[in-house]
Write a protein that binds this ligand. Structure first.
Ligand SMILES: C[S@@+](CC[C@H](N)C(=O)[O-])C[C@H]1O[C@@H](n2cnc3c(N)ncnc32)[C@H](O)[C@@H]1O
Length: 285
């Protein structure tokens, strides 16, 4: 079940009863979040001004992050290719029924995607291609999609928009193993942006070969995360220490990329419990 919500900047989003979370930050605003947490930190506009850009959209959802990139490409002149996945095609269809306000002109790309369907690598795909903009969305479970397609896209993407629901409710897309696959797909110096600043997420990114930096805080106190493949980690000393030493930085693990979310969550909390009881006098930060 999805319910419509109006966010702080007047743009609409949905609330997911299944995950108990909105699809975008209600306090930041859905369109503002796309721009400030994904487009700006990933340097989308700068890259498009210099030429082509290839984006991996992890969780296409209502399509707002991708459509913000399309808007940037049409304004800047560069060529844009977006490959993404989404498990629920109904969310994409329902997005078209919302009032996108100043972004309404971009619904044409979503309509184009829904009109041009094919079957590739075992998945339904939605496709949009003109001379300048290319979009392909795989409809399916993200881990299965990534495992199936990663050989075709090694060292391919400049940018990743990483936008699942939060790690607590959607842990399967925040594990070390998932980020390791993503890291294979991204070029050296490629940028991944995500709204989460949580320790297990940053630790998993670090282990997967990304350098981790703080992103902006939009509509809440905690900052987001910008990860750059192969780069140094640049964080304040206290955060670096926590990332290195705190048991709360133990990442989510999913060895074969197919465990159910509850098992992934329990595996991590079990590790934390065991460590705490084995070393009760340790200062764990
Ligand atoms: C926070 S919303 C994404 C919002 C989107 N980036 C946008 O700009 O509108 C998360 C999306 O992830 C999808 N999702 C969650 N878990 C998934 C999984 N394991 N595989 C594929 N899609 C998933 C949900 O259906 C939902 O549409």
């Amino acid at each position: 079940m999805i319910k419509k919500v109006i966010t702080a900047d007047g743009s609409p989003t949905f609330f997911s009863e299944e995950y108990g979370e909105p699809y975008h930050s209600v306090t930041a605003g859905a369109f503002r979040e796309s721009k400030e947490k994904f487009i700006n930190p990933c340097k989308v506009i700068e890259s498009l001004k210099n030429g082509d850009l290839k984006i991996l959209d992890v969780c296409f959802g209502l399509g707002f992050n991708s459509m913000s990139a399309v808007k940037a490409a049409l304004e800047c002149g560069g060529r844009l290719l977006i490959i993404g996945f989404e498990k629920n095609i109904d969310v994409i269809k329902a997005s078209l029924k919302l009032d996108w306000g100043s972004m309404s002109a971009f619904k044409i790309f979503l309509r184009g995607l829904l009109r041009s369907r094919s079957f590739e690598d075992g998945f339904l795909t939605l496709n949009y291609f003109d001379g300048k903009i290319g979009i392909k969305i795989f409809i399916g479970e993200g881990r299965k999609v990534i495992k199936r397609i990663y050989r075709n896209f090694q060292n391919f993407f400049d940018v990743v928009f990483h936008d699942p629901f939060s790690p607590k409710v959607n842990p399967e897309l925040w594990t070390f193993e998932f980020f390791r696959y993503i890291s294979e797909l991204v070029k050296e110096d490629g940028i991944l942006a995500t709204y989460s600043s949580s320790l297990p997420v940053r630790k998993a990114l670090l282990m997967a070969g990304f350098g981790v930096r703080e992103g902006v805080a939009v509509g809440r106190k905690s900052k987001s995360t910008v990860a750059v493949k192969g780069a140094e980690t640049v964080l304040p000393d206290n955060l670096k220490r926590k990332l290195e030493r705190s048991i709360f930085s133990i990442p989510y693990r999913d060895p074969c990329l197919r465990d159910p979310p509850a098992l992934i969550r329990n595996r991590r909390s079990g590790c934390i419990r065991i460590l705490k009881s084995a070393y009760p006098f340790e200062c764990w930060y």
